[in-house]
Design a protein around this ligand. Sequence first.
Ligand code: VGL
Ligand code: ZN
Length: 199
Amino acid sequence: MNIDFKKSALLEIDVQNDFCPGGALAVTDGSDVVKPLNEIARGFNAACAPVIATQDWHPAGHCSFLSGGRTPAEGEVLWPDHCVQGTEGAEFHKDLDIKPITLIVRKGFRPFVDSYSAFFENDRKTATGLGGFLKGLGVETVYLGGLATDYCVFFSAMDAVKLGLTVYLLRDAVRGVNFPEGSVEKALTAMKNAGVLIV
Ligand code: VGL
Ligand code: ZN
């Protein structure tokens, strides 16, 4: 692949312990994204291109937690407590190479709004600032990997398209929750239809 490093960024989505085997919201084979992401991140770093990692970063008692006993809104999914600020589960996977990372974006820290996307929270209005950051760097193309294919990667990819970025999904560097059953296939199809280039 011919990457224009002057106009590209790598996004490493939520490669955190809680989304990896043994974690609170473990994605099957979630830790398999680490190796390909490290390799790609080192390549971006060597080319002086930005590598951005996101962290799901919830306060205790976050509105997305099942433990709150709230009835989910139509289409909303509640989760086991995960990625609580400052806990081991919220840390990056121990083998994720943090040296090439040039920016860490934390999201989901507002108690009453969840945030799947790296760009906008689930109210679809509150920005994380990442869109402006990339614009400021003159980034036109993003390469995306991480967890989970059908949630945070999916919403990040769709928002990146909406922001006018060219989006490549690194198929070997993503893994999904697949809840409800079939949601990974559905997400891949929707991304493809939106113009995400799956490579
Ligand atoms: C995620 C569910 C809840 C994700 C985050 O990173 O895909 N999924 N919070
Ligand atoms: Zn979360």
